[in-house]
Design a protein around this ligand. Sequence first.
Ligand code: NAP
Ligand code: GLV
Length: 309
Amino acid sequence: MNLLFCCVGAKPEPWVAGLRAELPEANVQDWTPGALPADYGVVWAPPQQFLDEQPQLKALFNIGAGVDALLKLRLPPAASVVRLDDAGMSVQMAEYVSHAVIRHFREFDGYEADIRSGKWSYRKPLMRANFPVGIMGLGVLGERVARTLTQFDFPVKGWSRSPKTIEGVQCFSGEAGMADFLAASRVLVCLLPLTPETTNIMNRETLSKLQPGAYVINVARGAHLVDEDLIALIDGGHIAGATLDVFRNEPLSTDHAFWKHPKINITPHTSARTLREETIAQIAGKIRAVEGGTPITSLAGVVDPNRGY
Ligand code: NAP
Ligand code: GLV
């Protein structure tokens, strides 16, 4: 069985060595133009040339959870796309989002500024009941984040395409449930996949439906958010601030208003990183299952091209 590694931005040597160690029966190579035909690709943002040269590929294993960039390419006709199914990401996402919610709710930025200016002062505790957290997207990552936030006793709301039942979480679904979900949320966390339906989903109209003093956390993709609308709503006072990990163009251009906005915290797309060992183990396990007769379409994380995630 032949496997090609083609991940832009990742150093190939440790990946190829790790895949060879997990799949000793496979011929694993780092892709170069003209490579022999392979059965499987392990990919991240591969060049179109790789896909065009490998029309026989049976599956493309994406080394991230989001497949929006991959689905923009012309894919080999018979290749299933398989995304990462957690692989150590959900705990990172739960840490990141909990940190952002708690930092805002406990006013830690304000305390830090006070301390730095030599001021010993207390703020009146805020009421947790007044900070319902709404999670858009209740998949592998969103559900873990929702469950984690219930442990801190925040009221937690969730919104997904299909109806869900999650203990301690008030779930809404579909377009029909969106307005009620937004009205019930003061903190909004985006953990949706980027699809035509979810592009620009956080805009002036939807963000205005959040409770006054809202806080926005985007950890999914930059194109979910209309940047100017967020800034206008923060400057107008309806939104208190935001934590943003993802941007329409990455790296974020040096002149973007987000860098210096006093009410916006940014991080460089780091909320849930791909962990090499977990990722290799997951992909190798799936390849072994397929080689053993499991249909690719029954693997966890198989992408439905019609849904776009
Ligand atoms: P997932 O398991 O596929 O979950 C996606 C969730 O979004 C599902 O609950 C789905 O609803 C919901 N959804 C999709 N389209 C919707 C729509 N039109 N309306 C309402 N709900 C919709 O994905 P995941 O593994 O949790 O990952 C989510 C995203 O996080 C990825 O696509 C990626 O872009 C992003 N991500 C970011 C980082 C980072 O470091 N910043 C790291 C990893 C992932 P159903 O349950 O009904 O299908
Ligand atoms: C990272 O953003 C991912 O999609 O895994």
